[in-house]
Design a protein around this ligand. Structure first.
Ligand code: NAP
Length: 346
């Protein structure tokens, strides 16, 4: 008979005892389920961009070295919780078994294809084999199993788009949904990393919410991401600049806004060191939403204080109400966005 589990998964925490699974160094990845758990046969991991970028860099982009690093992380921690970036990702798979006391929020049955909407950094995972690493999509094909606690959220994959497309969107679902909450008509919005996966979805939501009286500015460091933003036609202006150079970012945004700066800045980059660029591009009283997992709380807090900047700073909570629906809806509404996502991630 299956054992009783805690809804938050504390029964699986091995080290240190007393914390929740996300904070834990190591969790139990034995795939025999407790009564309130869901067992998933996993075929695809979508590694968080900050984590994937770090692994790729350390492995000199060699897939076999990356695979070994990923296997090592899971062997040591029982979850794909990158010890350097602290971030995870999410997964896609098929429901194999449902515990007798399972109380998940969304109806689900054995055989359903689902994507988890909680981080891999807290999800018990056992990888039998890494079959392929897709460097451009940051997705990994695996033979693996994973467990979801009953507090864990997930989405049954939609029928009107390919599973890989849905997975790519759901990975960053919190970003467009928060953008929808934050941006008001007529506002100036800066999206740093606007040509990346989360950035493009935010561009769409920012345009929709700021409306024709608003101003949407996208920023990327490379030619390709800037060209992508231009081709989408959602931004009023695109700046090609390195966001780790705060004064350059500030001057570029000042020029485009007549010195007014951004009401809302959304940080969607995949590298560290962009806190001050985001803060200095934002007006006093404005809001900076740090979706990036490479954000340093201390750099942001002490840096803002250091320049006497009164901005509201939001941590990029990956979850916000109805985030999956809002994010999937972006590509349904915008054909150009869907096409780019289809080409890049599906
Ligand atoms: P992505 O597709 O890799 O996009 C990152 C973007 O950042 C790229 O377009 C890149 O453009 C831009 N960028 C990189 N360095 C830059 C620089 N120095 N200056 C300006 N732009 C720069 O990443 P993603 O999948 O959207 O993820 C973005 C972030 O969100 C990551 O940090 C990820 O870890 C985080 N994330 C957070 C959550 C959450 O729950 N909060 C969930 C998922 C992901 P260029 O190539 O042109 O530089």
């Amino acid at each position: 008979m299956a054992k009783n589990g805690c809804p938050y998964g504390t029964h699986r925490v091995l080290e240190p005892k007393g914390v929740l699974p996300q904070q834990a160094w190591k969790i139990d990845n034995n795939m025999e389920i407790y009564d309130n758990e869901l067992l998933i046969d996993v075929d695809t991991l979508n590694i968080d961009a900050a984590s994937f970028t770090q692994i790729k860099k350390q492995a000199n982009s060699k897939p076999e070295v990356m695979a070994q690093m990923m296997l090592d992380i899971v062997a040591r921690r029982g979850k794909h919780h990158n010890p350097v970036t602290g971030s995870g990702g999410m997964l896609m798979g098929t429901v194999r078994q449902i515990g007798t006391a399972w109380a998940g929020k969304t109806p689900v049955k054995v055989g359903d294809r689902i994507a988890t909407l909680v981080s891999l950094s807290l999800t018990p995972l056992k990888i039998e084999k890494i079959k392929a690493i897709h460097l451009e999509k940051e997705q990994v094909e695996v033979d693996a199993q994973a467990i979801l606690f009953s507090s864990g959220i997930y989405a049954v994959l939609p029928q009107d788009m390919s599973p890989n497309l849905a997975l790519a969107i759901l990975d960053v679902a919190g970003a467009p949904a928060q953008t929808a909450h934050l941006v008001k008509p007529g506002q100036t919005v800066l999206i740093i990393g606007g040509g990346g996966k989360s950035g493009m979805l935010c561009l769409y939501e920012a345009r929709k919410r700021a409306g024709i009286t608003g101003k949407v500015i996208g920023m990327g460091s490379g030619e390709a991401s800037c060209a992508r933003m231009r081709s989408l036609g959602l931004a009023d202006a695109v700046i090609q600049a390195d966001a780790t150079d705060p004064l350059k970012v500030m001057r570029a945004v000042a020029e485009l806004t007549g010195g007014q700066m951004a009401d809302v800045t959304i940080n969607c980059v995949n590298i560290p060191g962009t806190e001050m660029g985001s803060i200095m591009a934002t007006k006093d009283g404005g809001t900076v939403y740090f979706f990036s997992m490479a954000t340093s709380f201390t750099a942001a807090a002490l840096g803002a204080e250091g320049i006497g900047k009164d901005v509201t700073m939001l941590i990029g909570n990956g979850y916000c109400k109805d985030h999956a629906e809002v994010a999937l809806q972006t590509v349904r509404e915008c054909a150009a966005l869907r096409q780019i996502f289809q080409e890049m991630y599906a």
